[in-house]
Design a protein around this ligand. Structure first.
Ligand SMILES: [Zn+2]
Length: 145
């Protein structure tokens, strides 16, 4: 089953770190995934921010969540049927990005969402408290007993 990481990393645009700083993060994510017996098919970062300080990354883009650009790119590059895909996130911008791309969405309500700006596309299909619950909920939704 294809698995992706889709993450805003505006720290690049904000001059907090270089894009290359994300390489060891990616390696670590893959190592953690390997311990769980899986591998991320691809990892997508949005390095942009409209109010950045690094000129090459300072702009409005179509990939910074809640925009769906990274999800759509993953689907295009890996022939993914988004109507059969799930997006798991921990803030409502994730839910919106997933819905705008055509996925169903699980919100992990772990305290990371602090604004709770509800609205179009921002209502999660499922709410859980951690990644394990998210996985179990998706299995239950896909394979009803
Ligand atoms: Zn972007």
């Amino acid at each position: 089953m294809p698995l992706f990481v889709i993450s805003n990393q505006s720290g690049v645009a904000l001059g907090k770190f270089a894009p290359s700083a994300l390489d060891p993060v990616e390696a670590r994510l893959q190592a953690l995934a390997a311990r769980a017996g899986v591998r991320f098919t691809a990892i997508y970062w949005c390095p942009h921010h409209p109010q950045g300080v690094a000129p090459e990354y300072t702009r409005v883009c179509d990939c910074r969540k809640p925009a769906p650009g990274m999800v759509l790119r993953a689907a295009r590059e890996h022939a993914i049927d988004l109507s059969r895909s799930w997006f798991i996130g921990d803030i409502l911008d994730d839910v919106e990005a997933g819905h705008r791309a055509g996925c169903r969405c699980v919100l992990i309500d772990n305290g990371n969402e602090t604004e709770w700006l509800r609205g179009d596309g921002r209502e999660p299909d499922i709410v859980v408290t951690d990644m394990r619950e998210a996985a179990l909920a998706i299995v239950a939704a896909e394979c009803p007993a």
